[in-house]
Design a binder for this molecule. Structure first.
Ligand code: SER
Length: 873
């Protein structure tokens, strides 16, 4: 069975059990402060479990792109070494939101595995939660009873909290789980050691394939468990592992999920993949790392996460670098490689995740640039390693850390290079430096979320701010969050006109009135489905009805910029082409910033065209339409959809002329385009390879900008006495300036030659040396230096002392022919002479300079030089 069929059978099976098949959520998470990446299929359903969101469809199933490289679930270091860990993987899952529970979840899992997929029942084992007295949790007898219908009791293994109580993160929905394990060993092996003894023992052929979680609790910030009002099912089956089982392989990497890409790597590097898991099989490990990491990085980029230096972007950058260093060190390949694999990857996955195929060129280009940069860094890191002092035979821990931190060298790479050179790494020192840094960043990032305090018994918080900026509502709940030892207060209202940051648009600010008490709202953000108001302080009586008032000026200006963003998005596609895709957006009351895929600089003419189109649309005064429509209707209307966004069945479609701009957008917009007044692009630049950025102003901001430009121009014109053509005037002035500079240079060199001739005429022979000592009339130290060096070329026994007045100060220069430096030292002489001008100086044995206060002293300094010469007979 091909991977594709395996996936399809899963969907068909759960559809036949009345489940709705939904798309995978993006892998990069935008509105959950507790998670950076989707780490389980259930993330996108968290609010259903917690009761924050009304359940409309109680049974769903899907395949979810997951990434386990940070936080509670992190498999990064295992990848490549064993046969079944990944950074990104697909999780097949079925869910019940307060609908069916253990009985059906268990029965269906068994039916699918043994009847649909035909896995031999004798190879299966299940685990159940054995209970935990520290948490007051009972053994899951219920699950055991249901399992007994299907499987012999001796194949049901009670297991501990670590393996059989599933939690998403430090806080959130959780519950006991029951895992299904499969034993893939040969008959003989199985006869020798019963599979039961190998379950959960990290045996590569006795592995977990499916986890059935019975979500019953919420883990609170204080560590306690709170029972949830309803019981839910959350299952997750590792798709790659399932493929391995059904395709009769002993490694995920041997299935058709990866085989195409591995063959490509073999092709490119001319190395053979042997499928070995010996620790010495470094090229096999490298190939597995490469195909795994490439998939994670490509899909993260396709979901909108560019590699960067912070947060989620940094995690992606590090995964990419890990892959680069594996091919660099173990496949002997020093050119960018990963980007060459993107077409194969996108071909393999386009049926299930078309977002990569649609952006293949861009993703490959971004990866290529990252690879090039890191390969350069790798080289400088290697140079750094070459240059360090290793007289002790040990590479200092701090240096290893610098390589790790600055150059992105994982410690094992440093270790490897060190061992090639016969050095050791001070591992303890490295660990200390690493721990110190971790502590520092923990402190910086430390946020302690307090638990929510419920005020009224309701959970839904509704945004009503499209049409109104004021509302009377009630506080649903509030909490305190400690950020770097400071308290922040957060409040959720049952209905609110405050727009929570999202879709590029900043959150609203404003005021909450509790009776007479005024509480400023500093920001508004969304966390999953809750709209959170960041307030300056908590009111005295939080149970009072609250009047919520949005800051109108800021909101209106922001709306101008948001609507202009839609107008410019269409204009960009019209002028530059439909390859333009939104890659990032920021909209606030001051300006708009828009990032989009495009491979070269946008020219001035193109910018002008774009501005003309947008301003035309503004003058057309097009009325905004905003409506909630089924997603299928939006697609038919040709609405622009963004990769990496999670769209529901019903979407909000914002239209400014159905023929011009139709976008899916939850943001706030002007009632008609005329309100925007004026649109002006003020900057165009590159932000990453293949991604350009524009910044633009609207309304008052644009007007002020244009006025300011006009004012500057008027001032310039004024300086030129208002000529007809100011551009001609300025360029004429530039030409004149150039010509004058050239003339000046000529004159300078003429003057220097004259000075030189004069000096040569004054040369005296003292003690067989040519002595020149004079005050010259030059006005830059560069000119004096040039003169001295010119003279040095003309004599082979020159003793030169020049004095000059530079900017009102005394300046001395001593230059000696090379063959005099055994007897004289210009540096020493100048220090002696400098006393005469009340200053100091220094230099090399053949050339030295000094500066001083006393211009009158120059003459004395020159005579002193002569004395030195006289005395040195
Ligand atoms: N949430 C569980 C897991 O990730 C089952 O989906 O394993």
């Amino acid at each position: 069975m091909k991977a594709k069929e395996i996936r399809q059978k899963f969907m068909d099976f759960f559809e036949s059990k009345s489940h709705k098949i939904v798309p995978s959520a993006p892998m990069v998470i935008k509105n959950d402060p507790t998670l950076m990446f989707t780490n389980a299929g259930m993330n996108q359903f968290k609010d259903f479990f917690l009761g924050n969101k009304e359940v409309k469809v109680p049974r769903v199933a899907d395949t979810q792109k997951c990434l386990r490289v940070s936080g509670k679930h992190n498999d990064l270091e295992e990848v490549g070494i064993d046969s079944y860990h990944h950074t990104m993987f697909e999780m097949l899952g079925n869910w019940s939101f307060g609908d069916y529970f253990k009985k059906e979840a268990i029965a269906w899992a068994w039916e699918l595995l043994t009847e649909v997929y035909g896995i031999d029942k004798d190879k299966l084992y299940v685990t159940i939660f054995e209970g935990d007295h520290t948490e007051n949790l009972e053994e899951d007898d219920e699950a055991t009873e249901f399992w007994k219908t299907w499987i012999a009791p001796e194949r049901i293994i009670p297991s501990n909290k670590k393996d059989n109580f599933w939690e998403m993160g430090e806080t959130g929905p959780c519950g006991p789980c029951s895992e299904i394990h499969v034993d893939l060993r040969s008959k003989e092996e199985r006869a020798k050691t019963p599979g039961k003894e190998l379950v959960n023992q990290d045996h590569p052929l006795v592995i977990e394939i499916w986890n059935l979680v019975f979500i019953q609790y919420n883990r609170k910030a204080d560590g306690s468990l709170e029972s949830l009002p309803a019981k839910h099912v959350d299952t997750g089956m590792g798709f790659e592992r399932l493929c391995m089982v059904l395709q009769g392989k002993t490694s995920n990497y041997a299935t058709d999920v990866f085989s195409g890409m591995i063959a490509k790597v073999e092709d490119i590097t001319s190395k053979k993949y042997t499928g070995s898991y010996e620790s010495s099989a470094s090229s096999d490990i490298a190939m597995r790392v490469i195909v795994d990491h490439l998939r994670a990085v490509s899909f993260a980029i396709a979901d909108g996460q560019l590699p960067s230096n912070t947060g989620a972007g940094y995690v992606i950058r590090r995964i990419l670098r890990r892959a680069v260093r594996y091919y660099f060190s173990f496949l002997d390949y020093q050119e960018p490689l990963l980007h060459q694999l993107v077409p194969q990857l996108s071909e393999d996955f386009k049926a299930v995740f078309p977002e990569l195929d649609a952006q293949q060129g861009l993703v490959a280009k971004i990866i290529l640039e990252e690879e090039k940069n890191f390969l350069r860094t790798l080289e400088s890191g290697l140079k750094r390693l070459d240059s360090i002092d290793t007289s002790t035979g040990i590479i200092d821990g701090r240096v290893a850390f610098e390589l790790y931190d600055t150059f992105g060298f994982p410690i094992d790479l440093t270790r490897l290079i060190a061992s090639e050179k016969g050095f050791k790494v001070d591992e303890a020192g490295f660990e200390t430096a690493l721990t110190e840094q971790r502590e520092r960043s923990k402190k910086d990032a430390a946020k302690a979320f307090g638990d929510w305090n419920q005020v009224i018994d309701d959970n839904e918080s509704v945004f009503i701010g499209y049409g109104t900026l004021e509302a009377v509502s009630r506080v649903l709940k509030y909490r305190t969050v400690k950020v770097k030892d400071k308290d922040q207060y957060q409040v959720v209202l049952n209905k609110t006109p405050f727009y929570p940051e999202g879709g590029g648009q900043v959150g609203d600010i404003g005021l909450l009135f509790f009776g007479d008490e005024k509480v400023p709202v500093l920001d508004t953000k969304r966390e999953n489905d809750l709209i959170i108001h960041f307030v300056k302080n908590l009111p005295e009586d939080i149970t009072l009805p609250v009047k919520a008032v949005v800051n109108k000026t800021k909101r209106k200006m922001t709306e101008n910029n948001h609507s202009a963003t839609h107008l410019v998005h269409s204009a960009l596609r019209e002028v530059l082409g439909t390859h333009v895709q939104q890659k990032g957006s920021l909209v606030n009351d001051k300006y708009l910033r828009f990032d989009f895929s495009h491979f070269q600089k946008v020219t001035e003419e193109e910018i002008a065209q774009i501005e003309t189109i947008v301003n035309g649309k503004i003058r057309e005064n097009i009325a905004r339409q905003a409506e909630l429509v089924p997603i299928e209707d939006a697609k038919k209307a040709g609405a622009m959809m963004l990769f990496g966004e999670k769209y529901g069945d019903t979407v909000r479609m914002v239209t400014f002329d159905p023929e011009y701009s139709v976008e899916l957008c939850g943001g706030c917009h002007v009632p008609q385009t005329g309100v925007i007044g004026l649109f002006k692009i003020i900057r165009e630049e590159s932000v990453a390879s293949g991604v350009r950025r524009i910044e633009a102003l609207t309304a008052d901001g644009a007007e002020a900008y244009v006025n300011d430009q006009a004012k500057t121009l008027a001032e310039i014109k004024n300086l030129f006495k208002n000529p007809k053509n100011i551009v001609n005037q300025v360029s004429g002035l530039q030409d004149e300036n150039k010509a004058l500079k050239r003339q000046l240079e000529k004159l300078n060199s003429l003057q220097a030659n004259l000075a030189k001739d004069k000096l040569k005429n004054s040369a005296e022979q003292i003690n067989g040396l040519t002595f020149i000592g004079k005050k010259v009339d030059l006005d830059s130290s560069d000119a004096i230096k040039k003169l001295a060096f010119d003279l040095r070329k003309e004599y082979d026994n020159l003793f030169l002392v020049l004095g000059a007045e530079l900017n009102g100060k005394a300046n001395l220069t001593v230059a000696l022919s090379d063959n005099l430096t055994s007897d004289y030292n210009a540096g020493q002489i100048i220090r002696e002479l400098a006393k005469e001008i009340q200053g100091g100086g220094g230099g090399q044995p053949f050339f030295a300079t000094a500066g001083g206060k006393k211009v009158d002293g120059i003459i004395h300094a020159i005579s002193k030089a002569r004395t030195i010469l006289d005395n040195n007979q």
